[in-house]
Every structure is written in structure tokens, then in C-alpha cells.
Design a protein around this ligand. Structure first.
Ligand code: CTP
Length: 415
């Protein structure tokens, strides 16, 4: 590999984003600072993979620099004074400017103590060698790679390697990140890293619920969450989230089937519920509590999944009527039905769930409550009762047209 990556940067980023990056570099140079692309964007440029987040480190005041270019940047600027960072949003890219820092940890799991530093300190504090490279963006050295810790070699060797032996102790969320990158990139944990991960696995207990939640949700937004959960199960990481969580054949089948359905808005929630599907009520509560997810949509959906799961034996009849399927399933949302369908349940059950999702949930009566009232039925619970019976008749194919429905409605309501 050659050492100047200007062409790769320009090929990977849209023109206006490259322009902004160059502007940052020029302005940094005028202020006497060095500026670098770092972390994920460098890794992804080298791998020729897309990346929507661009981290830029400055060995000087990042906010001051961002303000100096804001007027000519052609992008909106957001300043986070408390974090000492500034962000531009441009063409769907988030471009973050921060000041280089060195970090030390007072105790495992604590947030780091931070001091200003140079790019070498800044790269050293990072999680893995493949995330610890920098590309200079100052004009004189634009595109020059800084790879002090063997990042390129590890990209070529396809391994995830921690920077030092205390990495997971310093920040155990890196355990979950390691699994995520390994599966995303189809890399392998380097031998020593895998050993440290297992040694330090209990450090996950020191991580706050919110940070764990963040990492779990990042797993679930990856392209192949099943692979991540499988690997996390094998490494004992899943069990750290809750002792009863484990990867098994049923989960494998469900995740494999889920990979074939298009990603919708509820994909994360579905994946979470697939992961938690085999837990009992008490264990599920504990998991949701550990991840600070009580009361969230994840909580709601996984409980709906459980409620439906408890009713599945009643669906396990080959001659069940459509209206019976409907009444057993209708009170849970479609994603909860989908989760139950994805799991290896008895054939009759899966057929009923699929029929519900494909057809039954979309069926409506054509006669409405207003029609019934207009025809002389008194407003009140009687209206709902008649509509329910009409719907059951529709579902079971006993009435097919509006005229047949009206006839049945009049008979049922005696109007
Ligand atoms: N980082 C770290 N330790 C962490 C989190 C982040 O060292 N616990 C560093 C890594 O160098 C990482 C960078 O901060 O590359 C940015 O973090 P993040 O945005 O989470 O990672 P990306 O590499 O951009 O990854 P992704 O592709 O998942 O967005």
C-alpha cells in the first residue's frame, strides 16, 4: 500500500464533504495546528467501505477552529461546549471536530480522565489497532497515513487487536464493540485479544445500563445481528447481559429466517425480541432493567411476544377457523406476530401466524358502525358486538359481499 491516500479519500467522500475536510485542514494549518481524519473513517477508507461519520482530531482548540470556518463551510455547525467538540452536518455526513487528548482511567468502567494531547496520545487511547490510524488533512501532508500501531497490517490480516492489555479493563464496552467489528467485517479476534476478552468479561458488570443498552442496540442495527449474537453467546458475553440468555438452535433458526425479511422500521425491536424470546417473564424483566429499557418499545414488544407465545398452544390445530386465529392474535402488534412466526413453532401455528400477517389482519367489514346506527341500531356496546360478528363472518368466508354483510347485520341486530 502506498502512503498517500488522497485519491482514496476523494473516491470515498462526496465532493462537498472533501471540500469541507480540506477547508478544515487549511484553517488548522493557518492556526498552527495539525488536523487528521481518525478512527472509523480511516479504517473504512482503507477497506473501501461506506462510513457516514467522519471524526477529525485537531491538536489545538477544535471549537475555535470550527467557528473560524463556519461561515464558509456551507454546512450547519453544532457546538457541544461541555464535550469540547463541534459538528458539521453535510450531505448526510456528520463531521465531528475534537481536540486530541490523552486519557487515563481512575477505575475500571469509569469514564476516562481526559487531558489535551497530540495525535500519538490520541491514537493510543483507542480501542483497536484498526481504529487507531490517522490521515493528515493539513495541505502540506494531505492524505498521509499515520499508522503507529499496526492498523494496516491488522486490516490485511483481518484481525481485531486491542492496543494494550488493559483495554477491556479500561472500558468493557470494547468487549461488545470487538464482537460487533469482528462480525461486521468478517474478521477474527486476534489470539491475545480473545484471551483478554475472556479474562476481562466480568468487567461488563461495571458498565452502566445506558452504556450497555447503547452497545446492544448498535449490535441490532448491524447488517447481521444474528452473527453478532451467536458470537457473543459463544464468548459468554450474552450471559453477562443476563445469565439465562444463550444462543441455541432455535435462536439460530429464527435469526436465519429474519435475515430474509426486508428491514423495516421495527427491525431493531424485532431482533431484540428474537434475542429475548426464550426468556421467562422474570428473566425478561431483569434483562430490560439491566439495559434500562423498562417502559420502552423494546419492553412493550417483547412482552407482547411473550403474551402471544403463551397462547400458541391454542393455535396448534389444523382446522382452526380464521376468526379464532384473529381473536387470539389481534391484540398484539404485527412485529410480535412476526417474532412468533420466525421461531420454530409447530407447523399449524406458523401457518396460522403467517395467514394472519398476510391476510387476516387486513380484512375489514364493509358495513360500519355508522351504517348500523343509520339503519336503526341504538348506539352503544351492541354496535361493537354486531361488528365483531360481521368481521368473524367475513374472516370465515360466510359473507363475501356488502349485500350479504348487510343482510347478516340486519338479522343480527334485528333491524
Ligand atoms: N473508540 C474507542 N473506544 C470506545 C469507543 C470509541 O477507542 N469505547 C474510538 C475508536 O477509535 C473509534 C472512534 O472512537 O473508531 C469513534 O467511535 P465510534 O463512532 O463508536 O466508532 P467508529 O469506528 O466510527 O465505528 P462505526 O463504524 O461503528 O460507527
Amino acid at each position: 500500500m502506498h502512503n498517500n491516500l488522497t485519491a482514496e479519500i476523494e473516491a470515498r467522500l462526496p465532493g462537498p464533504v472533501t471540500q469541507l475536510v480540506r477547508t478544515v485542514g487549511r484553517t488548522a494549518a493557518r492556526h498552527g495546528f495539525n488536523s487528521y481524519l481518525v478512527g472509523g473513517i480511516v479504517r473504512d477508507i482503507l477497506l473501501n467501505r461506506p462510513s457516514a461519520d467522519i471524526d477529525i482530531m485537531i491538536d489545538g482548540d477544535a471549537i475555535k477552529l470550527a467557528r473560524a470556518i463556519a461561515d464558509n463551510a456551507g454546512a450547519r455547525l453544532f457546538v457541544h461546549k461541555a464535550f469540547g467538540t463541534a459538528r458539521f452536518d453535510l450531505e448526510g455526513y456528520r463531521i465531528d471536530l475534537s481536540t486530541c487528548r490523552s486519557e487515563s482511567y481512575d477505575r475500571p468502567g469509569a469514564l476516562p480522565r481526559v487531558k489535551p494531547g497530540n495525535i500519538c496520545d490520541d491514537l493510543l487511547r483507542r480501542d483497536f489497532s484498526i481504529n487507531a490510524m490517522a490521515l493528515c488533512i493539513n495541505p502540506t501532508d494531505f492524505g498521509v497515513l499515520t499508522d503507529l500501531y499496526g492498523g494496516v497490517a491488522d486490516l490485511e490480516g483481518r484481525v481485531i487487536r486491542v492496543m494494550h492489555d488493559r483495554s477491556f479493563e479500561d472500558d468493557a464496552t470494547r468487549i461488545m464493540r470487538a464482537v460487533r467489528y469482528e462480525q461486521r467485517l468478517s474478521f477474527k479476534l486476534e489470539r491475545r485479544t480473545a484471551r483478554l476478552l475472556k479474562l476481562d468479561i466480568d468487567m461488563l458488570d461495571s458498565i452502566s445500563g445506558d452504556r450497555l443498552k447503547h452497545e446492544v442496540l448498535l449490535w441490532l442495527t448491524e447488517q447481521r445481528p444474528g452473527g453478532i449474537i451467536r458470537r457473543a453467546g459463544k464468548l459468554g458475553v450474552l450471559q453477562k447481559l443476563h445469565p439465562s440468555l444463550q444462543w441455541n438452535r432455535q435462536m439460530q433458526i429464527a435469526f436465519r429466517r429474519a435475515a430474509k425479511i426486508p428491514d423495516g422500521a421495527s427491525a431493531n425491536h424485532i431482533y431484540f425480541s428474537l434475542m429475548a424470546y426464550q426468556m421467562g417473564e422474570g428473566a425478561l424483566y431483569e434483562l430490560l432493567q439491566r439495559l434500562n429499557l423498562l417502559g420502552s418499545k423494546y419492553d412493550l414488544l417483547s412482552h407482547q411476544c411473550l403474551a402471544l407465545k403463551n397462547r400458541l398452544p391454542q393455535l396448534d390445530r389444523p382446522l382452526i377457523k380464521n376468526s379464532e386465529i384473529f381473536s387470539l392474535v389481534q391484540d398484539v402488534e404485527p412485529p410480535a406476530v412476526q417474532v412468533n412466526w420466525l421461531y420454530p413453532n409447530p407447523l399449524a401455528v406458523r401457518r396460522s401466524l403467517r395467514l394472519y400477517l398476510r391476510k387476516l389482519m387486513h380484512i375489514k367489514t364493509s358495513v360500519t358502525g355508522n351504517d348500523l346506527v343509520q339503519w336503526g341500531l341504538k348506539q352503544g356496546p351492541g354496535v361493537g358486538m354486531v361488528l365483531n360478528k360481521l368481521l368473524a363472518a367475513r374472516l370465515d368466508g360466510e359473507v363475501k359481499t356488502r349485500a350479504e354483510e348487510e343482510k347478516l347485520a340486519r338479522r343480527l341486530a334485528a333491524i
